[in-house]
Design a protein around this ligand. Structure first.
Ligand code: ADP
Ligand code: MG
Length: 704
């Protein structure tokens, strides 16, 4: 047996089972062995049936009289039976678990663990989990629980696994840094636990192995990157100084440092691969402008990729007004851009220095003559393929420098592992004069009494800034709406993936448009002397732009919008945000949304509107307490896991099988061992399985 053999080579797995397994990504013997139990059931100390009491119980017995019927309620099947031991008998019921009828042999003994409770006037054991006594280590009483894959349930995995019990001894070592046989042992005890201690040991090794692979992949990516050629951009001190001196504000120290780090990188003939991380409002765009200016002055071209058309347009306006007078020629390229062919010709000829756009930038016919720098705003919103496409647009043989920007802070644990191949600059300082955004959870019933007066008060305050908001009478408001489905009169939030990209179907669903329009109508009734408009993703680009322009110039007082304004939009005179159905968003997204206000010198407010049916979630309470994106990201990571957070396209791939990214000790150990591993180039040849295995991680983290 070899680990890379097909699962079909295992006992008990025929073509049909193999087909199901393959559908869930379990293709090889290795995949099968690494399909680890999600948890363990402890069947320790069962009670006699005569002593059973209501509540959670564990019993041991034989089962008979199994029947399945359809309940009167649709979509419900009831499977019933009787469990006996030599002290008595008890009724057992499962709901929607038809397969239970065939699971048990009448002569065999099983453990059952479940809740003993009153149902329909009778005490029964409700939906217990079950395991054959003969299959469980009698000392530990532990039984693994596997995630069901289609028709293959946990007990099927257990059954198949026991048939392969004797193959574990032939599992080869994977890593040089641990004792011989450790991997085989760890896998065995993960599937056949004989004590809580052996399970813990097994899982600890497997977590270590996973971290080792991740860190190694990141380190190798960095090496790959270092082998590439880039066009060096000499630092032009005088020009940059002149440019900075003419800005309308002083750069923050963090901005200076980040720009300096970028200039240093770009002076080298290896491509920069830097992530600029800064909380919302920290001024990342300014740093991007400096980098773009530097490259353009040197005769190179710059591409800036933004996730939405609104944001691209805003970047274009901001950057063009900054850079135009310094001789940098910019253009906007989105799906809605007219005369695309003509523009693309100019880009191809090198007449345009800075191209700002959305996915439209990625099409094959957008060619550059000397692309020197790629800037990706909100990098986690783009997939690897999209980023790669852009990187390939530089002249043959050279790679552009890359600056990715994100407001979703990456906790240190992730920086060391998954993102270990990146250099990171952090804007840990907000421009001077910013105040904390005051955040408050309120319930819908309080809207008229508490929220409306606050909104009125704010709109009566003098406008914040001259440049933006020059037509404003007072300060402005965002009201964010979420898709609401009217199910038989009761409202139900539709959980959509965090979105806002062009053309994404989820976030701009029809019901979301209805809810935006409805809310807009309501607010017009309430604030009759104010201008209330709405914005959603399905509007024509020109309509969207017009509304956004009017909001930015202060002609609109209240903008009712979907999450299309989530990323990057910058209207410093808007100082109050209401987020309706706040419970239906993730923490990172709420923080991003909230970051649309508090971008000027005035005090800003964020109201999280909830139905009030339940106590507010931990997410909302954390948000109420903290404005610190880093802190919130750590909390979010604990609540959701990394896969959910760092990009929909990377979804799942980043959810670690077993390792916890908060295990800093284990991370440190893996890191040290990876360094050791890399010292000997022979290792790359010797440890073939390891090198092949990490390819999947390399694809995730590679940015070029
Ligand atoms: P983000 O990091 O969220 O992308 P932006 O780049 O959009 O932030 O900047 C937020 C706001 O702060 C913008 O209005 C920008 O003009 C302003 N800004 C940027 N840098 C400074 C600074 N050093 N001093 C004052 N305002 C600044
Ligand atoms: Mg931004």
């Amino acid at each position: 047996m070899v680990l890379s053999d097909s699962v079909e080579s295992l006992k008990g797995i025929g073509p049909k089972t193999a087909q199901i397994l393959r559908k869930f990504g379990i293709k090889t013997v290795r995949d099968f062995l690494y399909n680890l139990p999600r948890d363990y059931e402890n069947f320790e100390a069962p009670v006699s049936i005569s002593e059973i009491r209501p509540g959670k119980v564990s019993i041991k017995g034989k089962i008979d009289s199994l029947t399945t019927r359809r309940a009167r309620r649709r979509n419900l099947t009831v499977t019933e039976g009787v469990i006996r031991d030599n002290t008595g008998a008890v009724k057992v019921v499962w709901f929607n678990q038809r397969y239970r009828v065939k699971q048990f042999a009448p002569e065999k003994e099983y453990y059952f663990t479940g809740s003993y409770e009153l149902k329909n006037g009778r005490y029964s054991l409700i939906s217990p989990s079950a395991a054959e006594v003969a299959e469980i280590d009698p000392k530990s009483g532990l039984s693994p629980i596997y995630v069901a894959h289609g028709s293959l349930k946990s007990h099927d995995f257990k059954r198949l696994m026991s048939k392969s019990r004797d193959i574990f001894v032939s599992v080869p070592d994977l890593l040089p840094s641990v004792e011989h046989g450790m991997r085989a042992k760890a896998l065995f005890y993960a599937h056949f636990p004989n004590s809580l201690k052996s399970v813990a040991g097994a899982r600890n090794y497997l977590a270590y192995e996973e971290l080792f692979e991740l860190i190694l992949a990141a380190r190798l990516n960095r090496r790959e990157n270092e082998k590439l050629q880039a066009v060096p951009v000499p630092f032009n001190k005088d020009k940059v100084k002149d440019f900075v001196g003419k800005l309308p504000f002083r750069l923050t120290n963090a901005q200076r440092l980040a720009a300096w780090e970028i200039f240093q990188n770009m002076e080298h003939p290896t491509p920069m691969n830097r992530l600029l991380q800064g909380d919302v409002g920290s001024g990342k765009t300014m740093v991007a402008a400096l980098a773009a200016y530097e490259v353009a002055m040197d005769g190179g071209q710059v591409a800036l990729l933004a996730p939405t058309a609104i944001l691209a347009a805003q970047h274009y306006e901001g950057l063009n007004s900054l850079l135009e007078s310094f001789g940098v020629k910019s253009t906007l390229l989105t799906g809605a851009t007219k005369h695309k062919a003509e523009l693309k010709k100019q880009i191809r000829n090198g007449e345009i220095d800075l191209v700002i756009g959305t996915h439209a930038l990625l099409t094959d016919d957008t060619e550059f003559s000397k692309l020197g720098l790629v800037i990706i705003d909100e990098q986690h919103r783009f997939g690897v393929e999209q980023r790669q496409k852009l990187m390939l647009k530089s002249p043959a043989g050279v790679a552009p420098h890359l600056l990715s920007m994100t407001a979703t802070p990456i906790p240190r644990s992730l920086q060391l592992t998954i993102f270990g191949d990146l250099d990171v600059s952090v804007l840990n300082e907000l421009p001077a004069g910013r105040q904390e955004i005051q955040t408050k959870i309120i319930t819908e019933v309080e809207t008229a009494e508490k929220l409306y007066p606050e909104m009125r008060r704010l709109m009566a305050l003098p406008p914040d800034q001259k440049k933006h908001g020059d037509r404003a009478h007072g300060q402005q408001i965002y009201w964010i709406c979420k898709a609401i489905e009217d199910v038989n009169g009761s409202s139900k939030a539709v959980n959509v993936v965090s979105g806002g990209s062009e053309g994404g179907s989820g976030p701009n669903s029809g019901s979301e448009i209805t809810s935006v329009k409805k809310r807009c109508k309501r607010l017009r009734e309430v604030f009759q002397d104010k201008r209330v408009e709405f914005l959603h993703g399905k509007m024509k680009p020109a309509e969207k732009d017009a509304i956004m322009d009017q909001f930015a110039s202060g002609e609109i007082d209240i903008l009712v919008s979907t999450t299309v304004v989530e990323v990057g939009v910058d209207v410093p005179n808007a100082n109050l945000m209401v987020i309706e159905n706040a419970e239906s968003y993730g923490l990172a997204q709420l923080h991003q949304l909230r970051g649309r206000v508090g971008r000027g010198a005035s005090k800003a407010y964020c109201y999280l509107l909830t139905s009030g049916d339940m106590a507010p979630s931990r997410r909302l309470r954390e948000l109420e307490k903290s404005n610190d994106g880093f802190h919130l990201a750590e909390v979010d990571l604990k609540l959701r896991g990394p896969g959910e957070i760092y990009g929909a396209l990377q979804h799942g791939a980043l959810d670690l099988r077993i390792a916890s990214l908060s295990d800093t000790k284990l991370i440190a150990k893996a890191q040290k061992d990876v360094e050791q591993f890399l010292l000997d180039p022979e290792n790359m040849v010797k440890y073939k399985e390891l090198m092949n295995g990490i390819k999947k991680y390399q694809q995730i983290t590679t940015l070029n």
